[in-house]
Design a binder for this molecule. Structure first.
Ligand code: DGP
Length: 210
């Protein structure tokens, strides 16, 4: 019998929503159940393209907004062969940010439409589930100072949040809003429930494209 494919599960949200913590906990919990699961994150800063992005985010270089937008997308595209291989082998991928960050962040800059921002990511593997960790800007501020990187300020993050709200209206993507103001354990419980449903249904469905 052919091996059942893994699920592609993405966590999205504004900075400080707890995505990375929750991705790690989810991977650990699923692995403890004996499931084949791996974590990925975007941007993936270790590749040559990822290093250009990282220098830009750390304010060590300046790039045109269009250039960096396309680099973020290229960084996702360069990992597609690996993602497809893992999914086909039956490994579920838990991904910290994906194409939706690309559209939500760049279109928070003046002069960038959501439609233009979505274009370069058209055709990427479509997630079986995108969990949006919802946290108000006020609650995010209570979680401490932003770091030093680009985009880490509350005015920009408010615009990002509004863009995510637009993106979530797309019925062709399976979005699930998670209340990220709960305790870490309660957020984890919600996330694992939705992930298990998604893993079980993804097995029987072909991998789609954005
Ligand atoms: P992280 O490593 O998850 O903290 O992400 C780094 C920053 O880059 C964060 O502020 C979100 C932003 N970001 C992630 N993906 C994209 C993208 O595709 N385009 C743009 N413009 N920004 C992104």
């Amino acid at each position: 019998m052919a091996c059942k494919r893994g699920a592609l599960i993405v966590l999205e949200g504004v900075d400080k929503a707890g995505k990375t913590t929750q991705c790690k906990k989810l991977v650990q919990a699923l692995q403890q159940e004996g499931r084949a699961v791996e974590m990925m994150r975007f941007p993936e800063r270790t590749t040559a393209i990822g290093q250009l992005i990282s220098a830009y985010l750390e304010n060590k270089s300046d790039l045109e907004d269009q250039t960096v937008h396309l680099l973020f997308s290229a960084n996702r595209w360069e990992l597609v062969p690996l993602m497809k291989k893992k999914l086909e082998q039956g490994t579920t991928l838990i991904v910290d940010r994906y194409a939706f960050s690309g559209a939500a962040f760049t279109s928070a800059k003046p002069g960038f439409s959501l439609d233009w921002c979505k274009k370069p990511d058209e055709g990427l593997p479509k997630p079986d589930l995108v969990m949006f960790l919802q946290l108000s800007p006020a609650e995010a501020a209570l979680r401490g100072q932003f770091g030093e990187e680009r985009y880490e300020n509350s005015v920009f993050q408010k615009a990002v949040q509004q863009n995510y709200e637009q993106l979530m209206k797309d019925p062709s993507v399976k979005w699930q809003v998670i209340n990220a103001s709960q305790s870490i354990e309660d957020v984890h419980k919600d996330i694992i429930t939705h992930s298990l449903n998604s893993i079980n249904t993804a097995h029987n469905l072909p991998l789609g494209a954005l």
